[in-house]
Design a binder for this molecule. Structure first.
Ligand SMILES: [Zn+2]
Length: 114
């Protein structure tokens, strides 16, 4: 039996490894976030200072900054969910079980992630 190499820690958002980032912060649930992704989060929070504020209250500049940060965030989360589904599939968790927690059919889960 082959010995598997020790896995590097990775940012759960952008997937950069511990050797590619300056700092990596671990969460209680086993996820990690790198310094760059913390920066993206801070940009989002700065762009939308209050969740109760209407988009109409933001300046054009704030809203433009906000959509750029939101898009980066969506891309990072997209990468995260694909990695999570890949890990589940590696454990032979069924498409039916994955679809169930996402509220979609087995077929829809398969089409979205395979
Ligand atoms: Zn990251």
């Amino acid at each position: 039996m082959l010995a598997l190499p020790k896995r590097k820690l990775r940012c759960s958002f952008c997937k950069k490894s511990e050797t590619q980032v300056a700092r990596l912060i671990g969460g209680a649930a086993g996820g990690y976030i790198c310094e760059d992704c913390v920066g993206v989060c801070n940009t989002i929070l700065d762009a939308a200072p209050s969740p109760f504020k209407s988009w109409n209250d933001l300046t054009d500049e704030q809203l433009l900054t906000s959509i750029k940060a939101s898009e980066a965030s969506v891309a990072a989360l997209h990468s995260l969910i694909h990695a999570q589904v890949a890990a589940l599939r590696k454990r032979e968790v069924s498409w039916t079980a994955i679809g169930k927690v996402l509220g979609v059919s087995r077929q829809a889960a398969w089409e979205r992630f395979s």
